[in-house]
Design a binder for this molecule. Structure first.
Ligand SMILES: [Zn+2]
Length: 260
């Protein structure tokens, strides 16, 4: 009964969406990352995005007025990882706070309060456990380019990770996945990646991933959707785990790209 009611409510929300075809087109055009999706996947992503926008509240900081276009750009990227999962994965919080440009929080990383803190040159975001996602608009806007980095996916990967407590690189797995396989793939990969970064090797994966298992999962999630070829080549076991976790196989859809 609850499911029927929910389906009815969701269909109603989607049917009454004020987003015009031109607005969708403009948002998709700004996100080349989404171009390889099939028409069916794009339709499902639009539906998910409408429901996401219905559940979440966008707040501009530092005088920023978050337009529908900006909300769409963020929501479409946030929904890509959960395209084949459930929107409930983002339940338990509602605010997305958007700054005009990279912000520099004065506090330090304080894991005991459940804060995952991330600052990159010119890009910044944070994901708070049971709290908001904070994004810099300039970073969110750049995310649509296929360069291996994606601020929005990064912060929302932290949110997926936080579904079972503090972000630690171990989100709740699906029933058909084995914890041992995940732990082995990620712990071996993390140790190897720390070595490579220590030696100054250029892998195409940001060495910020070497700072903690939580960041390793978030950064590898960015790369999984943007440059899956890199993960498949370097860490095929992790690629297999992420493919099972996200229920997506980006290598199959993304264009061939030379390593940069
Ligand atoms: Zn992070």
């Amino acid at each position: 009964m609850y499911k029927l009611l929910r389906n009815w409510r969701e269909r109603r929300i989607v049917r009454h969406s004020p987003i015009t075809p031109a607005q969708w087109q403009e948002a998709f055009a700004a996100l080349p990352l989404l171009a390889p999706l099939t028409p069916d996947e794009k339709a499902r992503l639009r539906r998910l995005t409408i429901l996401f926008l219905h559940r979440k509240v966008f707040e501009g900081a530092h005088g920023l007025d978050v337009s529908l276009h900006m909300a769409l750009i963020i929501a479409l990227q946030a929904c890509l990882p959960i395209l084949n999962l459930d929107l409930d994965a983002y339940d338990g919080w509602s605010a997305i706070i958007v700054y005009p440009a990279g912000f520099a929080p004065e506090r330090t990383v304080t894991d005991e309060f459940g804060v995952v803190h991330h600052v990159q040159t010119g890009l910044a975001g944070e994901a708070w456990q049971r709290g908001p996602v904070i994004l810099a608009w300039d970073g969110a806007e750049e995310g649509g380019h296929i360069d291996g980095q994606n601020l929005v996916i990064h912060e929302f990967a932290h949110k997926l990770d936080m579904q079972n407590g503090e972000a630690n690189g171990f989100p709740p797995l699906h029933r058909d996945m084995r914890v041992e396989d995940w732990v082995q793939a990620f712990s071996e990969g993390y140790a190897d990646f720390q070595l490579r970064c220590g030696e100054g090797e250029h892998t195409g994966i940001d060495c910020y991933a070497a700072t903690s298992p939580a960041e390793f999962f978030a950064v590898l999630s960015e790369v999984f959707f943007e440059r899956p070829d890199i993960i498949q080549r370097l860490y095929p076991l992790i690629y297999a785990q992420l493919r099972q976790y996200y229920h997506q196989d980006p290598v199959a859809r993304m264009p061939d790209q030379a390593l940069t």
